[in-house]
Structures are given as structure tokens and as C-alpha cells.
Design a protein around this ligand. Structure first.
Ligand SMILES: Cc1ncc(COP(=O)(O)O)c(C=O)c1O
Length: 400
């Protein structure tokens, strides 16, 4: 399925052969080739706060260089549990119920590998963060998809799902559902009611909710709240709460994440984690602990900055002829192609870097049925103000 690379015989195992090269690699290549402003990849083009970098430097100078404890340095396990308690979230025993991982990505893969057996079913919302799909392939699990549907373009309301479609995605083989809230790429923040519906189905089917909450601090509209699935009735014992510090402190390359949940679920994650990475970089764990303890001001500042950049990008996209869907949270705007002269998202994302000097991601790759995403393009706003303004100057050409 995957073409041989450089004339060599492809040796990729069957379970991964269908995935090919990630779209991010392809779009980054196009962005570099054409000197495009890259609104494709979801990472900031600015640094996290200086004091966080200082914390990492201090941790290195203090000699934290050897293998840490498999499930996290004690300071970080404590800081993770404490910040949930402070925010009215679930309570966790830092020693037994929190496992530090190499980013949320590793936590996702270890949750699948540790909890699920080949032939089990897992419910995924589409569009999905691409790692979930790959994790089903790695673990031999069958995905069942529920679609988050875009609102009518320009209506200002949010992505939604049909409760009936969700109910029928659950079967006697369902062992887990992945709930990513706030959601990449739609920016949807699942409401308490929506999470309650999912929770009822989990209880009824004895399924685990794996929640990916990496954007838990990044929501921008008044009245929006982040609800922790683990705090809903009956859910503490069946929720694995995953997150990381990458988005919260604009240090996506640090790759410090975690999985938190009751000891039986955490134990399953640890069973995989001990053989996948065993542990995550020691000095960054110490710095992450400090970030979680001292970071409230930095989080509030980032939320306000990103909220105004979202507004600016939405204005630019609207001016260029896209119809941006409102993004209450996260890093991305999904914009409808409206009347723009592109056949679909892939054509748009191949032509935009070359003809207009801006790179973006075609969201059809985040769907099991690519047709569902083919009328939208995903743009990232986690960028410096200058970057977004430059994209605006370039995209203005589309209007003409
Ligand atoms: C929904 C979601 N989960 C997880 C991750 C990855 O998190 P980490 O960098 O901590 O591995 C991302 C990164 O883009 C994401 O968007």
C-alpha cells in the first residue's frame, strides 16, 4: 500500500502500512518549498514564558539527569494531582493514580495498548486527532465513528453530533470511547449535557472514557466551561483523564504529559508505558511541576492572546472568501471553502502555499469518510500576531 521509499522495498508492518506519510510532513514540505506562512501545524511560533525556560535550566543545573521513576518524579505527580483539586476537578492519589508520559501522545497509545484487546471496539468522534486512528491500528482495535457535524456556514453555532448516532456506535464489544474536549480540530467544547449522554452510555456498556484534555485551558468565549468527565456521576471509576503541558505553556516540544485515573486504569497504562518509553525526560518533569504550580498568570495571559488571534484570523479568512466556523477553543479554525474556486480541501491546501504563500491542513484526513471534511480547511491561530497579519496580507489575494 505504501510506495517503496527511495527504491528500497517497503518494510512497514501491515498494521501501519495504510498510513503512508503524514499530511503534516507533506504540507510542511510545500510550505518550505514556497516560503509560505505556515498555519498548518499546531504549534506556536513563539516561546513559552521565560520563567518556565529558567525552571528547565535550573533543573538541569541541579543535576536531574538520570532515569527518573517509571511513573513520574514525585514532585510532578503531586503537582498534577494538586492542580486538578485546585480547579474543582477530579481528585487523584499522585502515587497510585497518576502516570507521567512522554506527551499526551504516549498516554493515548499506552491507554490503547494497555487497556484494549484486538477485536475490541472503541468509539471515536470524527474529525479526530490522527493519533487515535493510528492507536487503533497499533492495538488491533476496531474504531466506530460518530461524526461531529459542522453548523450551517455563517450560523455562528457549533459543531454537533446526533445522540442517536452515538447510541448506535456502542455495541456489546465497545470497551472505550475517546472524548477530546476541547476538541482538535473543530474547537468544540463538549457541554455538560453532551458529556452526560456519553457517560450514561459508558456506564450502560461498562466502557472506559479516555478523555484527551490537552486544550483544557484554552477556551476563549465568556460562559464556556471545561467539564471534567471524571467528575460526572459514575465516571470517576471509568475515566482515564489525559493531558499535557505542551499547549498550556506553549512548550509543545517538551513532551511531558500524563494519564490519571483509578488504579486499575492507571495500572493498565503503566503496563504499556514501562515497555514503550519507561520514563520521560527528568529535567523537563521538574520544570513541568514548577509550571503547573506557578502557571496561573501565564495561562490567563495566553488565553487572552490566543482569543484575540483567533478573532483576527477569523476576520482575515472571512475577508479572503472563506466562511470560518466559530472556534470556541483550541488552536484551530475550520473554515468552509464557501464560493472559493477550489474543488476540495486537498486541492486548496496544495495550491494555497504555491499560489498565495499560506499553508493549511486539509481536514478530510481527520475523517474515516474523507468526503465529510472535504469542504473545509484547517488554519492554526497559535501564531505570533505578525505571522497572522502576514497571512492576512497574502490571503487577501484570494479575494481578487
Ligand atoms: C487533541 C490532541 N491530543 C494530543 C496532542 C499531542 O499532545 P502532546 O504533544 O502532549 O503529545 C495534540 C497535539 O496536537 C492534540 O491536538
Amino acid at each position: 500500500m505504501v510506495p517503496a521509499m527511495g527504491g528500497a522495498r517497503a518494510r512497514i508492518a501491515d498494521r501501519l502500512a495504510g498510513f503512508g506519510t503524514s499530511i503534516f510532513t507533506e504540507i510542511t514540505g510545500l510550505a518550505l518549498a514556497h516560503g509560505a506562512v505556515n498555519l498548518g501545524q499546531g504549534f506556536p511560533d513563539f516561546d513559552g514564558p521565560g520563567w518556565i525556560k529558567d525552571a528547565a535550566t535550573r533543573a538541569m543545573a541541579a543535576g536531574h539527569h538520570q532515569y527518573p521513576r517509571m511513573f513520574g518524579v514525585p514532585e510532578l505527580n503531586r503537582a498534577i494531582a494538586a492542580q486538578y483539586s485546585r480547579r474543582g476537578g477530579p481528585t487523584f492519589d499522585p502515587e497510585r493514580e497518576v502516570t507521567v508520559t512522554t506527551g499526551c501522545t504516549e498516554a493515548i497509545c499506552c491507554a490503547f495498548l494497555g487497556l484494549l484487546n484486538p477485536g475490541d471496539e472503541v468509539v471515536l468522534f470524527q474529525p479526530f486527532f490522527d493519533i487515535y486512528r493510528a492507536a487503533t491500528a497499533l492495538s488491533g482495535v476496531t474504531p466506530r465513528f460518530v461524526t461531529l457535524r459542522p453548523p450551517a456556514p455563517g450560523s455562528g453555532s457549533g459543531f454537533w453530533f446526533d445522540p442517536e448516532e452515538l447510541r448506535s456506535a456502542f455495541s456489546s464489544r465497545t470497551r472505550a470511547i475517546v472524548v477530546n474536549t476541547p476538541h482538535n480540530p473543530t474547537g468544540k467544547v463538549f457541554t455538560r449535557e453532551e458529556l452526560g449522554l456519553i457517560a450514561d452510555l459508558c456506564v450502560r456498556h461498562d466502557a472506559v472514557a479516555v478523555t484527551d484534555e490537552v486544550y483544557e485551558h484554552l477556551f476563549y468565549d465568556p460562559g464556556v466551561e471545561h467539564v471534567f468527565m471524571a467528575t460526572l456521576p459514575g465516571m470517576r471509576e471509568r475515566t482515564l483523564t489525559l493531558s499535557s503541558i505542551g499547549k498550556t505553556f506553549s512548550v509543545t516540544g517538551w513532551k511531558i504529559g500524563w494519564a490519571a485515573g483509578p488504579a486499575d486504569l492507571t495500572g493498565a497504562v503503566r503496563a504499556a508505558h514501562q515497555f514503550v518509553t519507561f520514563s520521560s525526560t527528568t529535567p523537563m518533569q521538574h520544570a513541568a511541576a514548577e509550571a503547573l504550580e506557578r502557571g496561573h498568570g501565564a495561562i490567563a495571559a495566553l488565553r487572552s492572546d490566543l482569543g484575540s488571534r483567533r478573532d483576527e484570523l477569523a476576520r482575515i479568512l472571512g475577508h479572503a472568501g472563506f466562511v470560518p466556523h466559530h472556534a470556541p477553543s483550541g488552536y484551530f479554525i475550520m473554515a468552509d471553502l464557501g464560493g472559493l474556486p477550489f474543488a476540495d480541501d486537498r486541492e486548496a491546501c496544495r495550491r494555497l502555499p504555491a499560489e498565495y504563500g499560506v499553508a493549511a491542513i486539509p481536514p478530510s484526513v481527520f475523517y474515516d469518510d474523507p468526503g465529510l471534511g472535504s469542504r473545509m480547511v484547517r488554519f492554526a491561530f497559535c501564531k505570533r500576531r505578525e505571522t497572522i497579519e502576514e497571512a492576512g496580507r497574502r490571503l487577501a489575494g484570494l479575494r481578487r
